[in-house]
Design a binder for this molecule. Structure first.
Ligand code: NDP
Ligand SMILES: N[C@@H](CC=O)C(=O)O
Length: 462
């Protein structure tokens, strides 16, 4: 390949640029090169390689450098890849092939997991390689340790970027790192898992079964390697934890965040949601209360049809940030999939190659406390064996825990042994709802675990 020499602006800022030494790998003998080692050649890794190939000369103009993928580390080197290997790039299976290669400037970690991925990221940083990752599970777990390492490094040119880790293609990390300095964030909420939003849309709108919806989401590259992380809400919880750190400077223990995925949802919940004039979305919500502490949860939520979130379908994500100055900012875009996610990694890679440093220091650690409770209107669904006095007993249980009932819905009973009705409460504490549910579950007519979900806006019926 021969390209015209690129402008030489920005050379050497934040990177260890060199002149190229190999014609096969490098496009021009006198254009500096930044060399990548990518850990992972799957959905995201493949997308990064494809975009880099497609926009190679544009990136050269933009950064003044050739951005070259030298090695891709995978688990199984013999597996066919669905992307073309760049010329001169080799597939390797040992992390050290990248980590110990001094000609590699940036490590891109897109293999997932939290054990080997952590070793790879820490080791790359220690060796002076800037790191770009899409791994929310790792960041949610280990960002403080990574930051500590970063601050101990001699070279401020060694950077760590993770735009793709939250909501795939939406540039929300960058925005939260740089656009809210003069603002105070009160609430961060929204649809932050593409796989489950795709599934809920497929089940509700397209009448697909849960299994078919999940199979299709996996096929399209939306699901995690272990889809339990998606359907169980854990992937969304990792992202919410990262957003909470950026919004409030707090490091909450992930396990403290109430986390319910979409596995408890049944057809009847969608039917009742429809009767109420809305639908169901898996949401992450972190909100400051009037005492200054922050509560958070991942849960299916009832959303009215006139709420903007109700029409966010497929793998699209949407995050609303409520803050004192900007009031409400909504970010909508593709939250999962090859190109949206790779696009965010590419933005990080190109920013590094240009010599940009991370917009601002990460939000400094604050003393903000986590409160494992929140207030909401709740939707409850109870499966029961029909008998006299059920609604009276439910009313009594609610009264015992100070929970006021707003309405009760019951579709005509088709099978007396297998019926379900729904209750909508007034605004109450989550802790009270848990007590109500425990008492109801102990009643002899109650079949299985009652289901509950918050109703998104407290003014939903006013
Ligand atoms: N897919 C998406 O929409 C998004 C994904 N992410 C994150 O990006 C990361 C990658 O996701 P994705 O591309 O979908 O995952 P894939 O499962 O598609 O790809 C993972 C790649 O990593 C390789 N790999 C996995 N484990 C190892 C290991 N121990 N040693 C060497 N190579 C390994 C695999 O090798 P092999 O091919 O040989 O099996 C594969 O090439 C994850 O952290 C994920 O959470 C973030 C946002 C969106
Ligand atoms: N599995 C994740 C991928 C992106 O983060 C999702 O579906 O959101």
């Amino acid at each position: 390949f021969t390209f015209a020499p690129a402008p030489t602006a920005n050379l050497g800022i934040g990177t260890r640029s060199r002149s190229s030494s190999s014609k096969a790998l490098f496009m021009s003998a006198d254009t500096p090169t930044v060399t990548l080692g990518i850990f992972g050649g799957g959905t995201v890794g493949g997308g990064i390689v494809e975009i880099l190939s497609k926009k190679q000369s544009y990136f050269q103009q933009l950064t003044g450098k050739n951005i070259v993928v030298k090695k891709i580390c995978v688990r199984d080197a013999s597996k066919p890849r669905d992307f073309a290997l760049p010329e001169g790039c080799t597939i390797v299976t040992s992390y050290d092939d990248i980590l110990n290669d001094d000609t590699i400037d940036y490590a891109v970690e897109v293999m997932g997991g939290t054990t080997d991925a952590k070793d790879v990221v820490m080791s790359a940083l220690q060796k002076g390689k800037s790191v770009v990752t899409a791994n929310k599970a790792l960041i949610a777990k280990d960002l403080p340790e990574i930051e500590k390492l970063l601050s101990s490094l001699d070279s401020s040119g060694t950077q760590f970027r993770y735009e793709a880790a939250v909501c795939g293609g939406i540039p929300v990390i960058r925005s939260m790192q740089s656009d809210f300095v003069g603002d105070t964030i009160q609430q961060v909420s929204g649809i932050i898992n593409g796989c489950t939003n795709f599934m809920l849309t497929a089940m509700d709108r397209d009448k697909k079964s849960y299994e078919d919806a999940l199979a299709q989401a996996s096929e399209l590259g939306y699901a995690e390697a272990d889809p339990t992380l998606d359907v169980g809400g854990f992937d969304a919880r990792s992202k919410l934890k990262i957003l909470m750190r950026l919004a409030y400077g707090m490091d909450v223990d992930e396990d403290e965040i109430s986390c319910r995925g979409i596995t408890e949802l049944t057809k009847i919940d969608f039917e009742y949601a429809k009767t109420l004039g809305g639908t169901i979305k898996l949401l992450g919500v972190a909100s400051k209360n009037d005492k200054g502490s922050v509560s958070a949860f991942i849960s299916p939520c009832y959303v009215t049809n006139d709420d903007p979130l109700s029409s966010v379908n497929g793998a699209t994500n949407a995050i609303e940030i409520v803050s004192d100055n900007l009031v409400s900012s909504i970010y909508i875009g593709q939250g999962a999939g090859r190109y949206p996610t790779a696009n965010s990694c590419i933005n990080d890679i190109v920013a590094l190659a240009k010599g940009d440093t991370t917009p601002l220091p990460f939000n400094p650690k604050s003393e903000t406390k986590f409160a494992n409770n929140y207030e909401s209107v709740f939707f409850l669904r109870l499966n029961y064996r029909d008998q006299v006095g059920i609604t009276r007993q439910v009313g009594e249980v609610c009264e015992n825990h100070g929970v006021s009932i707003h309405s009760i819905l019951q579709n005509p009973i088709a099978k007396s042994q297998e019926s379900a009705f729904a209750i909508v409460t007034e605004k109450v504490e989550y802790a009270s709802i848990l007590k109500v549910l425990a008492d109801i579950e102990a009643l002899d007519w109650c079949k299985g675990k009652p289901f509950y979900m918050p109703v998104l806006r407290e003014d939903w019926q006013s």
